[in-house]
Ligand binder design. Structure first.
Ligand code: TYC
Length: 103
């Protein structure tokens, strides 16, 4: 086995195993002129497990600066959350946009 770090005996050589953390990805919301602020706050709370206060701060950052980070996750989780937001917005007929980018 390539990463074996024990012979199975009592003596261990210095481990060659270096646990690698996953690459991380930001989930960003983009501002638009039409999606209601309340819908954005509820969306952030629901999909990013934020308090109402945290979600409001993120929404206001997006509103004033054009975009804001809702969370940072491994790629598969980030893309799942982005898709959940996009489906939720589409169902409500709001143009809210969400993207993923490397952290
Ligand atoms: N700009 C929107 C408004 O004034 C609110 C908004 C905030 C929309 C954040 C999208 O990601 C967004 N109703």
């Amino acid at each position: 086995m390539a990463n074996t770090h024990s012979t199975g005996d009592t003596a261990l050589k210095p481990s060659a195993v270096k646990p690698k953390l996953p690459d991380m990805f930001k989930v960003l919301l983009l501002n638009d002129d039409y999606t209601p602020m309340e819908f954005v706050v509820e969306t952030i709370q629901r999909f990013f497990n934020k308090s109402r206060e945290q979600a409001t701060q993120i929404m206001l950052k997006v509103h004033t600066e054009g975009m804001g980070v809702c969370g940072v996750y491994p790629q598969d989780i980030a893309e799942t959350k982005m898709n959940q937001v996009l489906i939720h917005a589409k169902e409500a007929q709001h143009p809210l946009q969400c993207v993923v980018e490397p952290a």
